[in-house]
Design a protein around this ligand. Structure first.
Ligand SMILES: Nc1ncnc2c1ncn2[C@@H]1O[C@H](COP(=O)(O)OP(=O)(O)O)[C@@H](O)[C@H]1O
Ligand SMILES: [Mg+2]
Length: 233
């Protein structure tokens, strides 16, 4: 479904991604692990067209994304849940969800709103509440729900567990697993390696802009390097 081929991405003179290559097959839940500054966010922003690779290319279902703008990439089925959630604080829960469906006709949104509310009953209870007044966990649910309103084939998630209590993290990751099982392909970026490896099929480890390791999540969870660097020994 997604092929990232040898991409090099720069912020002016800073060489953030140094030939990153990986792929995601239809129906998979793939995790991209890496510490702070490894290049995880840069990778997701490049897939969704917010940054451009200076070299290398990205293909979605066999089509090059190089010359396509970010809105069109959403229309082709890629939805991005950004780092730090970025919900619209002065919009209600429902309004945030409606914004997520902007690329589609209003009429077709009802079943997806239903799907989001069944996945996150808390959002249904709070649909008239301003997003800025939600808890961190609820804002994360809303950010994911908003992305689902674009009816994505591929969902990009940037550190959904960041700053949340362990119990909430567990719940959100369960939701992500359920979303994947409903047929949405997922690329999950995490520093929380234990949780991410527990729900994903495969993983890649990113370090200073390069993939240094990849494999089945169960193998990565048992790998010495991963255990030392990301699982606390
Ligand atoms: N807007 C920016 N301007 C300059 N450098 C940046 C910018 N954003 C990220 N970087 C640099 O690019 C590298 C990768 O960052 P990032 O993709 O945000 O890492 P991660 O998400 O894995 O923490 C880091 O060295 C970071 O300092
Ligand atoms: Mg990041």
């Amino acid at each position: 479904m997604l092929r990232v081929n040898e991409i090099h991405v720069y912020y002016d003179a800073i060489h953030a991604l140094k030939g990153v290559t990986f792929s995601v097959e239809p129906g998979e839940l793939v995790t991209l692990l890496g510490g702070n500054g490894a290049g995880k966010t840069t990778t997701l922003k490049t897939i969704s067209g917010l940054l451009r690779p200076r070299r290398g290319n990205i293909e979605l279902e066999g089509c090059a994304l190089d010359a396509i703008d970010a809105h069109e990439i959403v229309r082709r089925g890629v939805a991005h849940v950004p780092e730090g959630r970025k919900v619209f604080p002065r919009f209600t829960v429902l309004e945030n969800l409606q914004v997520g469906g902007y690329s589609r006709s209003i009429k077709s949104l009802a079943p997806d709103l239903d799907f989001v509310y069944r996945m996150f009953p808390r959002l249904h209870e709070r649909q008239k509440q301003y997003a800025g007044t939600l808890s961190g966990g609820e804002q994360q649910m809303l950010a994911i729900g908003r992305a689902l309103m674009a009816k994505p084939k591929l969902l990009l998630l940037d550190e959904p567990s960041m700053g949340l209590a362990p119990k909430i993290v567990e719940q959100i990751l369960e939701n992500i697993r359920a979303i994947n099982q409903s047929g949405v392909t997922v690329l999950l970026v995490e520093q929380n390696a234990a949780m991410a490896l527990a729900i994903s099929h495969r993983g890649y480890v990113l370090e200073t802009g390069q993939v240094i390791l990849s494999g089945a999540s169960s193998d990565l969870a048992g790998n010495d390097l991963v255990r030392q660097a990301y699982l606390g020994g």
